[in-house]
Write a new protein. Structure first.
Ligand code: G
Ligand code: G
Ligand code: MN
Ligand code: NA
Length: 253
């Protein structure tokens, strides 16, 4: 069975899943949002990670269905009473294809409104490589989201052929600093210098910063000293199934 067929079936049969990983304020330790990460849980072998199945799905129209399923599933989870009382927020990853698809941003905004969800509870993450291919389309989407009050993050900043041009031209609310710069940021060398530059640029433009791949406790004070606002990574919290987070939240509230 091809990868595309497996993903199509998983979407039809409700076997696609999302994991939620906390994004944590480095100064207060509070969870400010969760990034949702898609998982194929169809029981078939081999188990595929998104890094393996997304490139194939992105070559197929199916990616549009997957992105819309993620938005719909995130919206449904945000609309649950416990999630609303807890003020849960989610950040989802969106493929380049959907960014360029006319009307996608407006559809996201309409979906949130129909569910009665405050727009700032959903954020979209776009990678540099996605933003690179079609700045005009991304600009339209970014403006639609910003006008509605949704958050928009530039993901994996610095990992690709990252350029400050994106920060200049697009109204991001947050810059996510790629893990490659973060993992050894407490050990001197180039990484803290580069993080410092990104943080200054982002803050100067009114954007917040999130460090990815915070894998060790010692990174927290180092990143705080560099002015990074929030972190995400195995030290701060592993991804857990969204259903589990929803159950936990409804019990706590
Ligand atoms: O969870 P993991 O580290 O394996 O994710 C691998 C890649 O898949 C990351 O680049 C991430 O941005 C992307 N990804 C994860 N979930 C989604 C999703 O729901 N939609 C899209 N389009 N990409 C995702
Ligand atoms: O490309 P994007 O940043 O959207 O993908 C985030 C990916 O990073 C997810 O696949 C997630 O599973 C993974 N991830 C989350 N925390 C850590 C971490 O501390 N270390 C590493 N290496 N990967 C992480
Ligand atoms: Mn991401
Ligand atoms: Na990222």
């Amino acid at each position: 069975v091809s990868v595309v067929t497996r993903v199509r079936r998983a979407l039809d049969e409700n076997r696609m899943g999302l994991d939620a990983q906390p994004i944590v304020d480095l100064a207060t330790g509070q969870v400010v949002s969760h990034e949702l990460l898609v998982r194929l849980r169809d029981g078939a072998e081999p188990v595929l990670s998104p890094a393996e199945f997304l490139p194939t799905v992105e070559r197929d129209d199916l990616i549009g269905d997957l992105d819309r399923w993620v938005v719909a599933t995130a919206t449904a989870a945000l609309a649950e009473p416990g999630a609303t009382r807890a003020g849960l927020r989610f950040d989802i990853n969106i493929s380049a294809r959907s960014l360029e698809s006319p009307g996608f941003g407006d559809w996201v905004v309409r979906t949130l409104r129909a569910a009665g969800i405050a727009a700032d509870r959903l954020g979209l993450e776009v990678t540099e490589t996605a933003a690179i291919t079609n700045v005009a389309a991304v600009r339209h989407l970014a403006d639609a989201l910003r006008d509605a009050g949704c958050r928009l993050s530039l993901d994996d900043f610095g990992a690709g052929f990252g350029s400050f041009a994106y920060l200049k031209h697009l109204p991001f609310s947050t810059v996510k600093i790629a893990g490659d710069f973060v993992r050894q940021a407490d050990h001197g060398g180039a990484d803290p210098v580069l993080i410092d530059a990104v943080v200054r640029a982002a803050h100067g433009l009114g954007m917040s910063t999130v460090a990815e791949s915070v894998e060790r406790a010692a990174l927290v004070p180092a990143l705080r000293a560099l002015g990074v606002d929030a972190g995400q990574g195995y030290h701060l919290g592993r991804p857990v199934p969204l259903d589990e987070l929803s159950r936990r939240t409804s019990r706590a509230w």
